[in-house]
Design a protein around this ligand. Structure first.
Ligand SMILES: Nc1ncnc2c1ncn2[C@@H]1O[C@H](COP(=O)(O)OP(=O)(O)OP(=O)(O)O)[C@@H](O)[C@H]1O
Length: 573
């Protein structure tokens, strides 16, 4: 809850109005039975003036109670909505500062649940708190005192009723708190299955995996249903127990009043007020219980939100420093292990790429090619060794400089929903149409973009599903080159292009981005054959280094890859 205090402070006025209106509401609620008692006594004594006067007062009190309730609901909702909105914004902003490895550690779907479901829980508990948190103790204490004052000899009936109700509530709440924690986990599991299925819907459909997916989803959904049903059962059992106990207390009170009516005739009028106060005590206890279960669930959510907000990004950037570096890259004895792995993925890797040259990287799948590229873009930091760009350790470069220097295009780069121009302007905010056309010509995307009715303002749908695989890759390359970066990494980024388009992209890159250091990771030797330097990676180590010609002489692994591909191509002819 401490986490929420700074947020409440932003809504100080609304918080006070919500709390003050509760006091008005409680006063109106508690005083009504007192007035009723006076009216009853006046009716017994046939005192018309008092009946009329007190009746008016009762009506006024009821209206005051309604106004208090409405004001309280409005301002509680304002506080709850404001706190939830601010918290969600801060959580989102925090996630943006996290390192790639931190996001992977939480997992994307887990963070989505924290930003949606957990925030909703917080919103609900804040709302309930401001409606009930002051109301319940005030109502409880007030009703208790007034009940005792109304019928001093019956106070023990209230104590017995409360003890029974509280015992039942505590017993049930203990069980339910466990179930609430489980519910949150189960919601996350359902989300993960649904997300995976919908993201991979093409694979699901093409492999006719629907029945399998339905079964997987049903299992997770059934787990959620089971635990939600258990919570429902406990509530269903609890309610009749509460009301039975309260009605028993009323029965006992009425019986006792009946016994002593001759000695205490005033009890006849008092019994109605006494029953009202008993019911208000019951209301306070039930709502207190609800609030506690709600709070238990919300505390779990606040803890999960807090965990993200308290996470220090595992990677820090220097606030300022060089704002421009050349495209020279050097790796000096770099070793890297993924968080949680026990074996390094890259071992003692050293090489230098002069600015403006082209480096090709080949190797078996899983040999560490993408990992190496990610280290240049500083998505991770190495365990040992140094990576330098333009002679400066990447850890000494401000984030802005690094992002402006390195453009990283992946095989399945994400395009954001919006427009083509919007995606390009994410990298170069001031990009003019002329510059977009230049980049699109380099990436061979101009031919299809310019055929679209809205050309560069054409929409990009969610997950860019309105473009083919090859078009998506060309758009991603366009975005990669638009800012004319010092370093361009193409990580299997032309795999969906036909040989002719790939050749055209390569020629345009050589022609238009002369100053740019290009790193091409590719399965096909043909994609990197013209590189100034080729690295052959094997199990995280450099197994060969040189040009195509020298490697054919010196590297057995390179020869093997080349011969296999050549044989395959000849087989296809
Ligand atoms: N985020 C990660 N966490 C843990 N291990 C990872 C992670 N990403 C990759 N690895 C592991 O690191 C190794 C190298 O992966 P990498 O993606 O760099 O290989 P690659 O040579 O690019 O493969 P491919 O040609 O198939 O894309 C693999 O064994 C992989 O399982």
């Amino acid at each position: 809850m401490k986490r929420l205090i700074p947020y409440f402070k932003r809504y100080r006025r609304d918080v006070w109005l919500a709390l003050l209106s509760v006091i008005v509401l409680v006063f109106a609620t508690l005083w009504q039975p007192r007035l009723l008692q006076v009216i009853m006594n006046a009716i017994i004594k046939n005192d018309q003036t008092t009946v009329l006067y007190q009746g008016m007062l009762l009506l006024g009190l009821a209206v005051l109670g309604i106004i208090g309730g409405v004001v309280n609901t409005i301002y509680s909702a304002k506080v709850a909505l404001g706190v939830a909105t601010d918290l969600r914004a801060d959580l989102y902003a925090k996630v943006q500062t996290l390192a790639f490895a931190d996001v992977e550690k939480f997992s994307a779907s887990n963070l989505v649940v924290r930003m949606t479901n957990d925030i909703n829980q917080v919103q609900q508990i804040v709302m309930a708190s401001f409606q009930q948190i002051t109301r319940i103790p005030l109502l409880f204490i007030g009703a208790f005192i007034l009940a005792v004052v109304t019928m001093p000899e019956q106070w023990w009936v209230i104590i017995v009723m409360m003890l029974l109700i509280v015992a039942a509530a505590v017993f049930a709440m203990r069980r339910m708190t466990v179930y609430f924690g489980q519910t949150q986990q189960d919601i996350e599991n359902v989300n993960t299955v649904a997300r995976e299925n919908l993201m991979g819907i093409r694979v699901v459909k093409s492999f006719v995996q629907e029945p399998n997916e339905i079964r997987k989803f049903s299992e997770k959904s059934d787990e959620l249903t089971a635990v939600t049903a258990k919570i429902g059962y406990w509530f269903a059992i609890l309610m009749p127990i509460f009301f039975l106990t309260a009605n028993l207390a009323v029965g006992v009170a009425v019986y006792l009043v009946g016994q002593s009516i001759t000695t205490h005739p005033g009890y006849l009028a008092a019994i109605t007020s006494f029953i009202s106060y008993l019911m208000q005590i019951l209301y306070a206890v039930i709502n207190g219980g609800f609030l506690m279960t709600f709070a238990a669930r919300a505390f779990i959510s606040i803890g999960r939100i807090d965990e993200v907000l308290a996470t220090e990004p595992s990677m820090q950037y220097v606030p300022d420093g060089t704002d421009h570096v050349s495209g020279e890259i050097s790796f000096e004895h770099v070793t890297f292990t993924y968080p949680g792995d026990d074996r390094p993925t890259l071992r003692d890797v050293s090489f230098t790429v002069p600015a403006g040259s082209m480096l090709g990287i080949v190797g078996a799948t899983g040999s560490g090619k993408t990992t190496l590229a990610q280290l240049i873009a500083r998505l991770y930091d190495p365990d040992a060794g140094q990576i330098k760009i333009g002679g400066v350790d990447v850890r000494d470069l401000p984030e802005k400089t690094l992002r402006a220097t390195v453009a990283y295009v992946l095989q399945r780069s994400t395009l954001f929903s919006g427009t083509i121009a919007g995606n390009l302007r994410q990298v170069k905010p001031d990009a003019q149409v002329r510059q977009m056309q230049w980049a699109a010509n380099v990436a061979q995307s101009a031919e299809f973009i310019e055929r679209l009715p809205q050309t560069y303002d054409a929409p990009v749908e969610e997950r860019s599903q309105n473009f083919s695989g090859g078009q998506k890759q060309r758009l991603a390359i366009t975005r990669g080159v638009i800012a004319n970066p010092e370093i361009l990494i193409l990580d299997d980024a032309t795999s969906a292009l036909d040989a002719r388009s790939e050749k055209l992209v390569q020629e345009a890159l050589d022609r238009e981005l002369k100053r740019t250091t290009t790193i091409v990771i590719a399965e096909k030797i043909a994609s990197i054959i013209r590189a100034d330097q080729i690295l052959v990676l094997d199990n995280g180590r450099i197994a060969g280094q040189g040009t195509h010609q020298t490697l054919l002489q010196s590297s057995a692994i390179y020869q093997a890859i080349y011969q296999t591909q050549k044989a395959r191509e000849e087989g296809l002819k």
